[in-house]
Design a protein around this ligand. Structure first.
Ligand SMILES: O=C(O)CCC(=O)C(=O)O
Ligand SMILES: [Fe+2]
Length: 333
């Protein structure tokens, strides 16, 4: 009988070392590789990224120390107002699938949300509008080094994303510096997601993170390969596992980059599944850097041919609306 070998589908890996160390031709070649990948699946893992592994390990260790504390302790880092996008959020707060019009039960995760630590004393940051995006972080006393290690990680991601967007611009046939003045006062937020070990069965259609697309330009994700991990949907509609090794990053395209490119690049649907029943249950931790342009940047299609598929939208308004749609909790408690 003829053996049919299974099709192993996974997301492509892109080695950035030549682009980061070489010249214009190396950068163009990598930009073209990113273009091919983002047209097809919008997800890739990266190697040769130059980020110090110690920085990743340190943030992962400290984050686990935070989440392993009792709930009452963690709740001390929750914001006073339900719509403040900072601090600790417990189970039941959010359902990511609601942002993509699917009313699932809440995600089986808790998370810690933070942004940059400091900003200049200028109206862009300090005006009433600016204060919606530049919000003080709520760091707990325990673990004491968490804020510093998060700030170091945030800075490394800022460097990585601006280099990646230079390559992305080349892949799109734009000037290498096209994105520079659109991201120089970016409103990127980070989230550290903790998916607890599951001691009881999830509700019907309840996942660790429901199927959704991300909102911004690029997401840089660091995770781990424990059961109950990240999956992305192919164009054919199949779900494939995404490797999330703790020493590499997964990069994916968000909605704003899809809109900007008039769907040339896909902001792809992904989810975090539950661990299968019957395997030893363990928790999973992921760290996401959601790179988001300056809040006043207007995202207007850059495609040269064809009609624009989306009306222009401001970066800040787009994200505020997504936060509103995905929040399940209506009041603090
Ligand atoms: O935890 C993961 O692997 C992915 C999480 C995610 O997609 C998100 O928070 O937007
Ligand atoms: Fe996501």
């Amino acid at each position: 009988m003829k053996q049919v070998s299974p099709v192993i589908a996974t997301v492509p890996a892109i080695d950035l070392s030549a682009a980061f160390e070489g010249g214009p031709e190396d950068r163009q070649r990598t930009g073209d590789e990113i273009d091919r990948t983002c047209r097809e699946i919008g997800f890739f893992t990266i190697t040769g990224h130059g980020v110090d592994k110690a920085l990743i390990d340190d943030l992962r260790d400290q984050s686990y120390r935070f989440f392993n504390q009792p709930l009452e302790q963690k709740k001390r880092s929750a914001p006073v107002h339900v719509d403040t996008p900072r601090g600790y959020r417990g189970l039941g707060f959010e359902a990511l699938a609601h942002g993509n019009a699917d009313a699932t039960p809440p995600d089986l995760k808790e998370y810690y949300h933070f942004g940059r630590e400091q900003w200049p004393d200028e109206p862009y940051y300090t005006s009433p509008e600016g204060q919606q995006y530049f919000v003080p972080n709520i760091w707990p006393d325990e673990p004491p080094g968490w804020a510093d290690s998060a700030a170091a990680y945030y800075a490394a991601m800022e460097t990585l994303t601006s280099k990646l967007l230079g390559l992305a611009a080349l892949g799109l046939g734009l000037d290498e510096h096209f994105f520079d003045d659109k991201i120089d006062r970016h409103i990127t937020a980070m989230r550290i997601n903790h998916y607890p070990a599951q001691v009881s069965s999830p509700e019907s259609r309840q996942l660790r993170a429901g199927a959704h697309t991300d909102y911004g330009l690029l997401t840089i994700l660091n995770g781990e390969n424990t059961p109950g991990g990240l999956q992305v949907q192919t164009r054919q509609g199949n779900w494939v596992d995404v490797e999330t090794a703790p020493d590499s990053f997964v990069v994916n395209i968000g909605d704003l980059l899809m809109r900007w490119t008039n769907d040339r690049w896909v902001s792809n649907t992904h989810r975090v599944v539950n661990p299968p029943a019957g395997v030893p249950q363990c928790s999973r931790l992921s760290i996401a850097f959601f790179h988001h342009p300056n809040y006043d940047t207007i995202i207007k299609c850059v495609a040269t041919a064809g009609e624009a598929k989306y009306p222009p939208v401001s970066s800040g308004d787009y994200r505020a609306e997504k936060y509103r749609q995905t929040r399940i909790a209506k009041a603090q408690g």
